[in-house]
Design a protein around this ligand. Structure first.
Ligand SMILES: Cc1cc2nc3c(=O)[nH]c(=O)nc-3n(C[C@H](O)[C@H](O)[C@H](O)COP(=O)(O)O)c2cc1C
Length: 184
């Protein structure tokens, strides 16, 4: 597998990519980033997975957001202190941060660390997710987010970042990584 070098001052050992993905678009971006910068990569999983059915998940996420409910994570990271840079990937859900990512940012103390958001969405952008990240990580250095149109499950479009679109995405990811200073 292709593995590019990150900048020498970027310590791969201390880099963690954490992502949530239902239909694979955010995973595709996570894989591209991983290929470019290395480090460890982990997918967020819930103790009780969301329903397969689209309308059912939309209703559940709405309820969880309304109540501020943080769904318990199956994913456990026992050595979060070992990392100084955490890349967090998530789809836009309900025009905000998905509940599992809120769970992650609430469960782990990322103060003093660099937090780098990346996102895919159905075409409506990041919504209030970045404001939410900033308030959940008040003492982190939150860098400029990467955001790209992915699928639109509502219209039956699941994995859209594949083939030619994945190649285009790769170029966009690389130029963003350069801008934020973690890739040559
Ligand atoms: C429960 C749910 C809610 C969503 N809400 C939004 C939304 O508010 N705005 C938007 O642009 N896309 C929304 N989407 C579409 C996803 O953000 C988009 O398909 C994304 O690329 C999915 O990423 P994934 O393939 O990594 O799961 C929603 C999808 C789901 C499943």
């Amino acid at each position: 597998q292709e593995q590019d070098v990150a900048l020498p001052e970027v310590d791969q050992e201390k880099m963690l990519i954490v992502y949530l993905s239902r239909t694979g678009n955010t995973r595709a971006i996570a894989e591209i980033i991983h290929q470019k910068v290395g480090g460890n990569m982990i997918e967020l999983k819930l103790r009780k997975p969301y329903p397969e059915n689209y309308d059912a998940i939309v209703a559940q996420v709405d309820r969880e957001n309304e109540k501020g409910y943080l769904p318990p994570l199956e994913t456990d990271i026992d050595n979060i202190q070992a990392y100084n840079t955490i890349l967090i990937g998530f789809p836009t859900w309900d025009m905000q941060l998905p509940p599992p990512m809120k769970s992650f940012l609430s469960k782990y103390d990322l103060s003093g660390k660099t937090v780098i958001p990346f996102n895919t969405n159905g075409g409506y952008g990041l919504g209030s997710s970045i404001q939410q990240i900033n308030s959940l990580c008040p003492d982190s250095n939150v860098l400029e987010a990467f955001s790209l149109k992915g699928g639109l499950e509502k219209e039956g479009i699941h994995l859209a970042i594949k083939g030619e679109r994945r190649k285009e995405a790769k170029a966009e990811v690389v130029s963003w990584l350069r801008e934020i200073g973690i890739h040559q």
